[in-house]
Design a binder for this molecule. Structure first.
Ligand SMILES: *Cc1c(COP(=O)(O)O)cnc(C)c1O
Length: 465
């Protein structure tokens, strides 16, 4: 039986993050400030520390990880890489399946990789508090954890449905010392306005982002922390792929294909970027495929349009060049599968448009079917988000069974699902339904966006196409 887990010593923890910007097939389109209909960062300089802003636009390929941040990483890093021997056997596949597991961090996902770094840089620049949004609570708990370790306060605006249906993540944030509000809340103008129009508004990530950004803008000592989408966040996640490369080396293997789920795209980028660097720098001859997996209920890349849209519902953020379902997207209430953001990281959009990565979408029922098989062979209960990557990896392994190919498959298990038992309960009792977000709804949102900004196609033509 081949070895099923590969650990690295603490000294193997990466000393630098990898930044993909200088290696992209073309430069990233700029943000557009809708006030001036031209490139501009909008509110960004007012809500992020200088070091983070510098990283956001960095053309340096390698960025030093501060020693204080590495010391915190050592609480759970390097994370293990597993060979899914029992899953392979159950599938009777000749393929080899590996997964990198980020669920061993104290908050239970990959998110503290960036939360810790963000808290550190804000602390260094004298900030006292970070405000943020959180959906199911994974990002909020990661930032609360990071803030706690560097002595900052943390305020999390948590999407109301999750606040009501998933109290345990909220309690986790509070245990780390954060204050948590159900969003839309009475604490911001944005929240008050939305509640006045619709007191039963269930909330969305877009609304919660608007509230957190407003909070940061209105308080001198407060900045904003973001859990995905931005370049600096994706960059902090590359410790995942850098470690995975060393571990694949120990296994004397190299992936033919890499799968990861995408909400905003940070965990997937974290595992993909270092392998992409191998490819563009000629360090490997292998034509590794990178496949990002999303839910059919929130198909940002597979059904969305690559254009300019706001990152938030209240349109406080600048226009971001990305695939989008429209900034007022609200996930269908039957959707349990996580990954609920209307947009995606601009680097994912650019790489997808240049065919440097592929995207595929699955519905929540087939995703939980895959999670069940994974649980009953490998033992770890995955979060619903990475279960999308598991589904894709299993499908690939089954294709290999048909063709007899001995491919090496790597996927990212970016978090555990021990706070997602309600979703599993709904699945086991047959309450989950397959759901496809209708194309017409995307088209409607795009018409609305063009009505709002009649010049949208001009900037799109100029910067994106
Ligand atoms: C936040 C989160 C995601 C989605 O965000 P990405 O930026 O796409 O990684 C996926 N899985 C888990 C476990 C998460 O916490």
């Amino acid at each position: 039986m081949p070895s099923t887990k590969i650990f690295l010593d603490e000294e193997e923890l990466p000393k630098q993050w990898y930044c993909i910007l200088p290696d992209l097939p073309k430069p990233l389109p700029p943000f557009i400030d809708p006030e001036i209909k031209a490139p501009g960062g909008g509110v960004a300089p007012k809500i992020f520390p200088k070091q983070i802003l510098a990283q956001e636009f960095s053309q340096d390929r390698w960025i030093d990880i501060p020693e204080e941040v590495r010391e915190v990483y050592k609480l759970w890093r390097p994370t293990p890489l597993f060979r899914a021997v029992r899953l392979e056997r159950a599938l009777k596949t000749p393929a080899k399946i590996y997964y990198k597991y980020e669920g061993v961090s104290p908050p239970g996902s990959h998110k503290p990789n960036t939360a810790v770094a963000q808290a550190y840089y804000n602390m260094k620049e004298g900030i006292q508090r970070l405000a943020t949004e959180t959906g199911a609570g994974q990002w909020g708990s990661a930032l609360a954890f990071g803030c706690m370790l560097f002595g900052l306060k943390c305020t999390a605006y948590m999407v109301k449905v999750s606040y009501q249906q998933k109290p345990y993540r909220r309690i986790m944030m509070e245990s780390y010392g954060a204050e948590v509000y159900a969003s839309p809340s009475e604490h911001t103008e944005t929240g008050r306005k939305i509640l006045k129009e619709d007191p039963n508004n269930p909330g969305s990530l877009g609304i919660a982002i608007s509230e957190a950004v407003e909070d940061a803008l209105k308080h001198e000592d407060t900045n904003y922390g973001i859990g995905s989408v931005f370049n600096h966040v994706l960059l902090h996640q590359t410790v995942i792929g850098l470690e995975a490369k060393k571990q694949m080396e120990i296994a004397e293997d190299y992936p033919d294909v890499i799968y990861g789920c995408i909400g905003g795209g940070s965990s997937f980028s974290g595992i993909m970027w270092p392998f992409y660097y191998d490819k563009v720098s000629g360090k490997t001859q292998k034509d590794t495929r990178f496949v990002a997996v999303e839910p059919t209920a929130c198909p940002s890349v597979t059904k969305g349009e690559y254009t300019y849209d706001h990152g938030d519902t209240a349109r406080i953020t600048p226009l971001v060049p990305m695939h989008t379902l429209g900034h007022d997207y609200v996930p269908p209430p039957i959707h349990a599968g996580g990954l609920r953001y209307h947009g995606i990281a601009p680097t994912i959009s650019l790489l997808a448009s240049k065919k440097q990565l592929e995207t595929v979408a699955y519905n929540q029922v087939e995703v939980f079917d895959a999670a069940k098989l994974f649980i009953q062979t490998e033992g770890i209960i995955p979060a619903p988000e990475p279960a999308h990557a598991i589904k894709a990896a299993i499908d690939e392994a089954l294709r290999c069974k048909k063709t007899g190919e001995e491919k090496t498959i790597l996927f990212l298990l970016c978090g555990h699902g021990y706070f997602d038992m309600q979703a599993y309960s709904d699945y086991f009792s047959g309450k989950l339904l397959p759901y496809e977000y209708p194309k017409e709804k995307v088209e409607e949102a795009m018409r609305k966006l063009r009505k709002l900004y009649p010049w949208l196609d001009d900037v799109k033509k100029k910067f994106i196409e």
